[in-house]
Design a binder for this molecule. Structure first.
Ligand code: F6P
Length: 341
């Protein structure tokens, strides 16, 4: 079998571990050939690819980013890929394409699959918002980075009697904010799933100060927004990729708290730090498992599906099911954290 593999969308710790796992297991167990397309679907369309053998993937298990490069594809070019997918498979002599990506990539994978390309998807995102899988690799790493940031911010906030507003990633789902906020003991957590009341945050901080705890750390997801009328706030515009460009809730909220409390409030935007660097052991293991299961599914001819973690087992689920909606934080998880506003 000849396998084509690509990484698309935003990068994520663990991508290289999947690539390595696919190459190792496909070569050792099946005698397959693997080629890697560069910069996501662009490489597939433009003919940029390279053979991947054991040497090509040596030493990449712990490396962040992706050795293949990653890019988002414009909608027009995606249509081009779908319309020509049979010809593309023949051109490269591939029997299966393994795209590794988030919701956008998996939606593209579904389109190609529906158009006749044999596809086995692998979900990735630090946001952990892909439906049908309990976890995505990259999430554990991102939560670790954000938790460490909250731990560190607490000590400096306490020394200076300040409020720190730490903004973490998560446009539509607040998993990183929820879990890093819980792990770090953030005094306030704001999620995209529930508009937050600024008055309640102000009251919580005031009460802390009154009982002598003259600092607070608030963990806010980048997609969180205040409840209507609770603060002057305008949602962002939609960019050319169909993504909302956020106007910086961390900055806005810190300024608002400072104004209302009369206490210094500093924003800290963690941004892409959460996505870079070496994956945790958990993410390396999950990525490696997904790689092996993708190869096995390809050999069983189970196309149009993606790997998914269900409980402790890796299963194959239809791409059509996985891309119907995002997995957002349910109320039942919010109540477990004491400080979701
Ligand atoms: O989808 C993952 C994610 O990390 C989001 O949380 C974030 O908003 C987005 O990617 C930013 O990606 P980029 O800056 O690469 O467009």
């Amino acid at each position: 079998m000849r396998i084509g593999i690509l990484t698309a969308g935003g990068d994520c710790p663990g991508l290289n571990a999947v690539i390595r796992s696919v190459v190792h297991r496909a070569m050792a167990e099946h005698g397959d050939e693997v080629i890697g397309f560069e910069d996501g679907f662009k490489g597939l369309l433009d003919g940029h690819y390279r053979p991947l053998d054991l040497n090509a993937v040596s030493g990449i298990l712990a490396r962040g980013g992706t050795i293949l490069g990653s890019a988002r594809l414009e909608r027009g070019r995606l249509r081009e890929a779908a319309e020509n997918c049979r010809e593309l498979a023949t051109r490269y002599g591939i029997d299966v394409l393994i795209p590794i990506g988030g919701e956008g990539t998996l939606t593209a994978a579904r389109l190609l699959s529906d158009a006749g390309m044999p596809v086995v998807g692998v979900p990735k995102t630090i946001d952990n918002d892909i439906h049908s899988t309990d976890r995505t690799f990259g999430f554990d790493t991102a939560v670790g980075v954000a938790t460490e940031a909250i731990d560190r911010l607490k000590t400096t906030a306490e020394s200076h009697q300040r409020v720190m507003v730490v903004e973490v990633m998560g446009r539509h789902a607040g998993w990183i904010a929820l879990e890093s906020g819980m792990a770090g003991g953030a005094h306030g957590i704001c999620l995209p799933e529930r508009p937050f009341e600024v008055d309640k945050l102000v009251k919580m901080v005031r009460e802390r100060f009154e009982r002598g705890k003259k600092f607070a750390v608030i963990c806010v997801a980048e997609g969180a927004h205040p409840a209507a009328g609770s603060m002057d706030y305008r949602r962002g515009e939609i960019d050319q990729f169909g993504h909302e460009r956020f106007l910086g809730i961390g900055n806005r909220l810190a300024a608002e708290l400072e104004r209302r409390l009369g206490t210094e409030a500093k924003p800290v935007i963690l941004g892409h730090v959460q996505r870079g660097g070496t994956p945790t052991a958990y993410d390396r293991v999950l990525a490696t498992r997904f790689g092996w299961h993708a190869v096995q599914a390809a050999h069983r001819g189970e196309f149009g599906k993606m790997t998914a973690l269900r409980g402790n087992a890796v299963e194959m689920v239809p791409l059509a099911e996985a891309v119907t909606q995002l997995k957002t934080v349910p109320e039942s998880r919010m109540v477990e954290a004491e400080s979701v506003f």
